[in-house]
Design a protein around this ligand. Structure first.
Ligand code: KIV
Ligand code: ZN
Length: 497
């Protein structure tokens, strides 16, 4: 079997998504989960882009042992200097440098020429080689780059010492056979191509990221750049879990990865929960409905023989159907086990606090599922917030005006307000605004039920504008009005000091 290297960019391309930002501790948690999953390379950040990214690359380098830690740069000396410094503690390290190679980039972004870009590409690789042996070069917008010119760049950067060459379809424009032909063209026209690994990096703007990545693999690429749950710029990147399971289901392709597929689901849940980014229910491999059979004909078929309608066993991706439900009778040990399965380590003090919340929720809701457990772990994280809800009472209904009374604790001091509104959420937010007297505009407001049933936990995502900047807030509660106020407060906590 041929070995395919899995390069995970959840913490770089994935983390660039508005609202998905993680702090350093959370990034380390994700990096360790990726190490446990078996990825070969972790792209830990873009160190020159912010002090937070720099620190995260340093701390991930210290915390992770086996995977190569990679840092992104532009093809600029200063970027490469900073990346090398951030990688100083990595046991195995890689600098990922590059430049735009399509006419759009050369002409409009750089106001330059093909020859000058070629020289800059070679210079960037040679400069990075002074710091590390393992240098990856990306030809940004390779998807729309003329193949003959692309081949010249690839040949030149390999000659300059690049160990991996990345061919990104940056805009998600390519059709699968075009992307496949591009990789094939490189194998046929670049003399020294066997001295480097060719990598795919596909975006999902037209829903073809996974298909394009597979076309790249079929034509010789042996590294794929992917993210958990397919998160990433705009419509996202190729999903790690889709590629891993395609190769597992289609053994005839004779290509293997180091991914322990049974860890896919826990890592997917961990990333979704930490980034407050829900996974669409019909998402391949990890969506809530990926293994749910609802039609009578399908249910009947699956009961007679699982393989009639299932091409993968949910257990292969780490979904243990028997252990999904927890109830009010479950003990601390069962809750801790579930948290561990979901990739969350807690000490006894934290467990006690989460267990108290768990019992309170289990009183209101019959079955506690994975999404609830993750929400409870998240509730625990919000304990350090400056503004907290003390109480909230709302009256609403048909033929009556909605009225809300709200009490908040702000840095330990109590504030109260009451207000009417156009519905219960509006009334509660109006009361909140009476207490927090800042100019704020609500831009986006989405409510999502996590699982099924009227006793479900509602998740609320909000975008609040304050002083020209956008802040993201998240709340989760069985009461959706309370979840909405929590989300608004979560956003406010990000700018009120
Ligand atoms: O999509 C892209 O081209 C990228 C590069 C920076 C690798 O993310
Ligand atoms: Zn990208």
């Amino acid at each position: 079997m041929d070995r395919l290297f899995i390069f995970d960019t959840t913490l770089r391309d994935g983390e660039q998504v508005p609202g998905c930002q993680l702090n350093t501790v959370e990034k380390i948690q994700v990096a360790k989960a990726l190490e446990g999953l078996g990825v070969d390379v972790i792209e830990a950040g873009f160190p020159i882009s912010s002090p937070g990214d720099f620190t995260s690359v340093v701390e991930i380098s210290k915390s992770v042992t086996w995977p190569v830690i990679c840092a992104l740069t532009r093809g600029v000396e200063k970027d490469i200097d900073v990346a090398a410094e951030a990688l100083q503690y990595a046991k195995r390290k890689r600098i990922h440098t590059g430049i735009g190679t399509s006419e759009y980039h050369i002409r409009y972004k750089f106001n330059s020429t093909q020859e000058e870009i070629l020289e800059r590409a070679v210079a960037a690789v040679k400069y990075a080689k002074k710091y590390v042996q393992d240098v990856e070069f990306y030809c940004e917008d390779a998807g729309r780059t003329d193949n003959a010119y692309l081949a010249r760049v690839v040949q030149a950067v390999i000659k300059a010492g690049a160990t991996v060459v990345n061919i990104p379809d940056t805009t998600g424009y390519c059709l699968p056979w075009q992307y496949g032909e591009k990789i094939n063209y490189l194998f046929e026209n670049v003399d020294n191509i066997h001295r480097a690994v060719i990598s795919t990096h596909c975006h999902n703007d037209l829903g073809m990221a996974t298909a394009n990545t597979m076309a790249g693999i079929q034509n010789g690429a042996r590294q794929v750049e992917v993210t958990i749950n397919g998160i990433g710029e705009r419509a996202g990147n190729t999903s790690l879990e889709e590629i891993a399971m395609i190769l597992k289901c289609h053994k005839g392709l004779n290509i293997d990865t180091n991914i322990n597929t049974q860890k896919i689901y826990p890592v997917s849940r961990l990333v979704s929960s930490l980034m407050n980014m829900p996974v669409q229910p019909n998402k391949a491999v990890v969506g809530r409905n990926a293994f749910a059979h609802s039609s009578g004909i399908h249910q009947d078929g699956v009961l007679k023989g699982r393989q009639t309608y299932e091409i993968m066993d949910p257990k292969e991706v780490g979904i243990d159907e028997n252990s999904i439900l927890l109830t009010a009778r479950s003990g601390r040990a069962a809750l801790k086990h579930r948290l561990n399965v979901l990739g969350i380590e807690v000490d006894n003090g934290k467990l006690d606090k989460i267990y108290e919340d768990f019992l309170r929720l289990a009183d209101k809701k019959k079955d506690i599922n994975d999404a609830d457990v993750l929400m409870l772990a998240g509730m625990e994280r919000s304990e350090t917030q400056r503004i907290k809800i003390d109480y909230l009472q709302v009256t609403s209904g048909v033929g009556v005006k909605a009225v809300a009374s709200l009490s908040l604790q702000i840095a330990g001091e109590k504030f109260e307000a009451a207000s009417g509104g156009n519905g219960p959420v509006d009334a509660a937010i109006n009361a909140l605004k009476q207490i927090i007297k800042r100019k704020m505009t609500l831009h986006e407001f989405t409510i999502q039920a996590i699982s099924r049933g009227s006793n479900d936990v509602g998740k609320v995502h909000m975008q609040v504008e304050h002083d020209g900047s956008i802040y993201y807030g998240f709340g989760a509660n069985t009461d959706i009005v309370a979840a909405s106020v929590e989300a608004y407060i979560d956003a406010i906590n990000k700018f009120v000091k």
